[in-house]
Design a protein around this ligand. Structure first.
Ligand code: GSH
Length: 272
């Protein structure tokens, strides 16, 4: 009897709840290809293993894609393009060169947009918070103008959830942490009405439901007290990104991030 084994598939090494990995998951879901790629979960709270660093040339940031012949790609935007080109049907990026250029133009702001939200959540200096609030609103304002200029009455940049939506949705979902830890919401002001419509539709899209608000608020507690990328805040033994206890079994963290750092027990990371 001959034994059949599954054909090799690309592997994506990723950190659960990472927005950059979620981009890849959303694109694969839009293409109906979620099961054509193997996802391997890495723990952000411990150093990356040597075998992984050997593949990336020492770079620790994930996601990393390894194709069937062992070739490695990094950077979520690069991986998105690779998937789009390697599995072209159904197309998610635009076909028309001008529309493609507009997508790229909108995507050029994703880095500064993400940084603005992360800087804001990680800040613990009350005197800096107004400036960080304004900086994030400026980005939303830019997105509003861009969407209004190119599709004033629609929802998406074009006629459906496309590549810019794949790129921005995971970041806007992470910014749920700003609602909890900073009380940040988009002002109900005509200057933000277009981007608010887009954001609401992005957050509700059926292929973008890999994470929940509760999960983000709980896992990103340590960011809210200034400790990013799995680092431990002062006085703590366990990271809020720890796999156990499961986030569902932990209480919602306190939102008073400026005044104190919650204990492991208070966060449900160890028995009280
Ligand atoms: N520009 C990168 C950013 C990737 C990134 O920052 N990933 C985070 C997880 S959300 C990470 O791996 N952090 C740990 C580290 O850099 O060692 C991309 O788009 O892929």
């Amino acid at each position: 009897m001959t034994q059949t084994s599954d054909p090799p598939r690309p592997v994506i090494y990723h950190i659960p709840v990472c927005p950059f990995s979620q981009r890849v998951e959303i694109l694969l879901a839009l293409k109906g290809l979620r099961d054509s790629v193997t996802f391997k979960v890495m723990d952000i709270t411990v150093p990356r293993p040597d075998w992984l660093l050997a593949k990336t040339g020492g770079v620790t940031a994930l996601p990393v894609l390894e194709d069937e012949s062992g070739r490695v790609l990094r950077e979520s935007l690069v991986i998105l393009r690779y998937i789009e080109e390697r599995f072209p049907e159904p197309a998610v990026a635009r076909a028309d060169p001008y529309e493609r250029a507009l997508e790229r133009l909108m995507i050029t702001r994703e880095g500064p947009f993400g940084m603005a939200g992360y800087r804001y959540v990680m800040n613990r200096d009350r005197s800096a918070s107004d400036g960080l609030h304004t900086a994030l609103l400026d980005h939303y304002g830019w997105l509003d103008s861009f969407l209004r200029a190119h599709n004033p009455d629609g929802i998406w940049l074009f006629d459906r959830f496309g590549l810019p939506e794949v790129v921005y949705t995971p970041l806007m979902m992470r910014f749920w942490f700003l609602e909890h830890y900073e009380g940040f919401t988009l002002p109900s002001d005509p200057a933000f009405a277009r981007v608010a419509r887009w954001r609401d539709a992005c957050l509700a899209h059926p292929h973008a439901q890999q994470v929940t608000r509760e999960e983000i608020v709980k896992l990103y507690y340590d960011y809210a007290v200034g400790a990013g990328n799995g680092a431990l805040p002062e006085g703590r033994q366990r990271s809020s990104f720890a796999f156990t206890p499961h986030w569902r079994d932990r209480p919602l963290p306190p939102s008073d991030k400026y005044d104190r750092i919650a204990t492991d027990a208070e966060l449900g990371l160890i028995a009280p």
